[in-house]
Design a protein around this ligand. Structure first.
Ligand SMILES: [Zn+2]
Length: 405
């Protein structure tokens, strides 16, 4: 039987009594240093192992080995890098201005974005959007985006109103729009940089979707971005209609800042949906829809980083949230030399391969000198205040060893 998500269980060498649980929870809560993560705030004596906050944070474990007691604690952090909230910067339609102007802004800041492309129009280099003809980036340029750390997702084959197709009973066309665009992405882009089958993400044309369309999309995609709505909290409720903030030309930075603040309070995931960009304030037909000044994107990225927000591609953040919700962290053997832990989400490791961020507090008086996975690979870690260490690891159930000085 699986324990509640993210809870540390004391297993391995030692039998654990109810008494020792009380002892554990009476330990003074220790801050992880960043201020973003609350350590266990349960009152002493409330020893329910499942009494953890949403997001897999907090709990504790300890061992009694050969007469010595070693106590360790750990928690799965709500978002990557230990940040309080998450954000994905996404781009619809795959217009050339995104490649030329927007991608370099993200790359300079060291963050990845998500580009949802209309695969049917790509070979022509142009997309007829009502009265406008928009220039698109090429497959070669899409490959450059991928190799630079961005995500390429699907925005369907022809950018049709799929809700209307469904109303018309044209389910065959719905399926084609979903399936063929995924096939085209795989045909034209380097497999090494794409997630395995079923791992691509989707974005609904015109933000229009229905429960029927969403269940259809589940056959082909990992998750899909929808339209307006409050940002998702730490737990994703509608994986095929994840809400987004529609960016319009006249949007102001203070308005975005308020949304980012609200998202931080909710410890949520905010998704921005951009279209066009310009550098001189002039709108031309070849820009994407509702072009905004590129300086606004630069300011947004600065703001997110100031606000301790984890900025990562849509698919990565989605994976993180799902894995964290499913994952269980176990502390195994603790000796004077090292401690072993495992993190397992019991999901398909090829598809759910986003590392999760952990904070671990080694036994009192012990200092970590290295962390390595089962294959012997050294994991990077950060020493926090109060003796905690922070590092990323895959939730694949394989042992990770923290060696002590
Ligand atoms: Zn679109």
């Amino acid at each position: 039987m699986k324990a509640a998500n993210g809870v540390l269980l004391c297993t391995g060498l030692v039998m654990l009594s109810t008494m020792s649980f009380s002892a554990c929870t009476s330990v003074t809560p220790v801050s992880a240093g960043s201020g973003n993560v609350s350590a266990s705030a349960r009152p002493a004596g409330t020893s329910e192992k499942s009494a953890q906050s949403e997001g897999g944070e907090t709990d504790s474990a300890w061992m009694d080995l050969a007469g010595s007691t070693y106590e360790a604690r750990g928690k799965i952090l709500t978002w990557g890098e230990g940040k309080q909230s998450a954000c994905s910067i996404t781009f619809d339609d795959g217009t050339l201005d995104q490649f030329v102007h927007a991608a370099p802004v993200l790359e300079d800041a060291g963050v990845g974005g998500s580009f949802f492309i209309i695969t049917g129009a790509r070979a022509d280099g142009q997309w007829r959007d009502g009265d406008d003809t928009r220039e698109l980036f090429t497959w070669e340029q899409a490959a450059v985006l991928l190799t630079n750390g961005h995500e390429i997702g699907s925005h369907s084959v022809e950018h049709l109103d799929m809700r209307q197709l469904e109303l018309d009973g044209n389910n065959e066309k719905v399926q084609q729009e979903l399936q063929e665009s995924a096939i085209e992405i795989r045909r034209n882009l380097p497999a090494d940089y794409l997630p395995p089958g079923g791992g691509l993400t989707f974005c609904w044309p015109f933000w229009r979707t229905t429960p029927g369309l969403e269940s259809e999309a589940a056959s082909f995609y990992l998750a899909a971005r929808g339209g307006k709505g409050l940002p998702s909290g730490p737990v994703i409720r509608d994986p095929y209609s994840i809400p987004s903030v529609m960016v319009l030309s006249h949007d102001s930075l203070p308005a975005w800042a308020r949304r980012i603040e609200l998202n931080a309070q909710r410890r949520g995931w905010i998704v921005f949906a951009f279209h066009g960009f310009d550098t001189n304030g002039e709108k031309t037909g070849s820009n994407g829809w509702e072009p905004i000044r590129i300086g606004k994107l630069e300011a947004l990225v600065d703001l997110l980083q100031e606000r301790s927000c984890w900025v990562a591609p849509f698919g990565d953040v989605y994976r993180y949230a799902v894995e964290r919700h499913a994952a269980e962290l176990k502390i195994g053997a603790i000796t004077e030399k090292d401690m072993v832990l495992t993190l397992d989400d019991e999901l398909d490791d090829s598809l759910y391969n986003q590392p999760l961020t952990l904070d671990v507090l080694p036994p009192s008086g012990f200092e970590v000198k290295s962390i390595q996975d089962e294959a012997g690979t050294q994991l990077e870690y950060e020493l926090l205040e109060n003796g905690w260490v922070r590092f990323d690891t895959l939730p694949d159930g394989r042992p990770v060893t923290l060696s002590f000085l």
